[in-house]
Design a protein around this ligand. Structure first.
Ligand SMILES: *Cc1c(COP(=O)(O)O)cnc(C)c1O
Length: 218
């Protein structure tokens, strides 16, 4: 978990623009876009929003919008040119491509479910289930390498004991139990497992299941 509020204060004293990746955070944890001086953020529909993959909700500050509008060099890729999206959003309504309407209907439905649950309740659900998972993993004497204050509720990193082969273990989970967990990345490759509890997968009974499987297989 990054301390975005503090970083935002530092960036706001400069001319720099502040961009954050909210793919895991959106709907799983509080994000105060304006209060934390964020200029641009992008997210994904498929994690804590619990919608099918394919859409990337974005937000931008007035400062970021003016920067994009006035930039002197064109973006190198057509796909990332937000001025084209803007031409569609504004009153001229110039279409650039076919909008993925079915994905938007799906997102609408997932937002309706989010409203029904309540956003604060959804944050709490992620917190409560993550706490239960961390407690259970500690009880089977597995090590959680991330310090308490840096932990993210949506993703739990757990050290893999030396006698367990990473690939073999993850394949066993998929084929025998229908559970997919992540591998470590970069310096953590082969050393940790990453367990995601996001959106629909963030349920107490799934935490019970994974703890059961970990205590049997490790
Ligand atoms: C999952 C994730 C991504 C990747 O998102 P995709 O839509 O799967 O490409 C990027 N950033 C963060 C923080 C994520 O959790």
């Amino acid at each position: 978990m990054q301390n975005i509020e503090e970083l935002g204060k530092i960036v706001s004293k400069s001319n720099a623009l502040f961009m954050i990746d909210c793919v895991t955070s959106i709907a799983g944890t509080e994000i105060l876009f304006d209060d934390w001086n964020i200029d641009f953020s992008y997210a994904g529909s498929q994690k804590c929003l619990a919608s099918p993959p394919g859409l990337s909700p974005c937000a931008m500050s007035e400062k970021a919008y003016q920067y994009i509008k006035n930039r002197k060099t064109k973006p190198s890729s057509w796909y990332l040119d937000l001025t084209l999206v803007n031409d569609y959003w504004n009153k001229e309504h110039i279409p650039q491509y076919t909008v993925a309407v079915s994905s938007i209907y799906a997102l609408y439905e997932s937002l309706r479910l989010l409203e029904e649950e309540g956003i604060e309740n959804r944050w709490t659900r992620h917190k409560v289930n993550a706490e239960k998972l961390r407690k259970g993993l500690s009880e089977i004497e597995l090590n959680l390498p991330i310090s308490t204050e840096d932990r993210l509720d949506q993703l739990t990193v757990v050290t893999k004991p030396d006698h367990i082969d990473d690939v073999e273990f993850r394949n066993k989970l998929i084929y025998d139990y229908n559970i997919e967990i992540g591998r470590g990345l970069g310096d953590f490759a082969g050393k940790v497992s990453r367990i995601g509890l996001m959106g629909e997968s963030c349920k107490s009974e799934y935490v019970d299941l994974i703890l059961d499987v970990f205590s049997k297989e490790i």
